[in-house]
Design a protein around this ligand. Sequence first.
Ligand code: PLP
Length: 360
Amino acid sequence: MSRIYNFSAGPAMLPEEVLMEAAAEMLDYHGSGMSVMEMSHRSKTYQQIIDEAEADLRKLIGIPDNYKVLFMQGGATLGFAMIPMNFMFNGKIDLINTGVWTKKAMKDAKLYGEVNVIASGEDNGFKKIPDVKSLKFSSDADYVYMCDNNTIYGSKFKEYPDTGDIPLVCDMSSCFLSEPIDVKKFGIIYAGAQKNVGPAGVTIFIIRNDLLEKPAPRPLPAYLDYRIAAENGSMYNTPPTYGIYICGLVFKWLLRTGGLEFRDKNNREKAAILYDYLDSSDFYRPYVDKDSRSLMNVTFRTPSDELDAEFLEGAKKYKFTNLKGHRSVGGLRASIYNAMPLDGVRALVAYMKEFEEAHK
Ligand SMILES: Cc1ncc(COP(=O)(O)O)c(C=O)c1O
């Protein structure tokens, strides 16, 4: 077996321990004589898997009782549309634009009403996260929308806006479970699983009850109504059963390895190794301003597009993969989610030094 260091922005590395556990249980899950994949979602055994996954996630984050946890499908992208469909009651939201993901969310929200952009990083190429202290919210906004960590530019909020009584809705797809989360600051938190949590296909929503208690502002197809998902314990229809099971194993792995406090410490340590080196180098250029940097997605460039391409080619020798920047930004990107070990980051920096020496 030869596992490699996969720096993909998602789907991304999963903890090896979890993959081994899943492999061991693949053919015969706990004496059931079948794989979780083959199991009825209405069986007692599966009910236990999804219940445990939810209970472990609640414990891991400390999710208050007045929030529902939903395991859905459709990626964060379906959330871009479903959230306004379900919660744009008066037809107006405030939005902080930090790039591609909030723009997509904005486009879908505009189908249901007005989107008031209260801050944007557009003018600086999304290299800087807007200052949350100076934000002014619309008193009649249904919610304030933000994306915590922009996977593409490699930017991250260091603090959250205080929106008072207006619910704060946050796409945490690429930083969910990388650090402790104070859930009560938010009306809705959501994330696609394929970065820190599990396989693509599962999308987790944490939604405050008062939002779900208000009737939907428009007729909705059943699957697109969060209220129906919540009333049916994420099982109005067949949920992504195997994906939820893997997420459950990841939650258990996080719980037994020090929880989100440890992840925060470990992720800071990993990111510091990379950023310290980038800051000390005259060769590489980090993309994002220092005060806005992501701990999950580290974006940088060499002095030219040709050298970026050569860097990627040379990385193959060390079995590093997926270091190419997103097509809309170019350059290079190392995604170092929870499952990327410190050694992977150290090995990458050793290669970066070697490449710099050879080309400066
Ligand atoms: C921050 C963020 N939001 C939303 C998405 C879209 O997620 P999905 O492809 O699961 O719909 C992504 C995908 O990478 C992302 O990084």
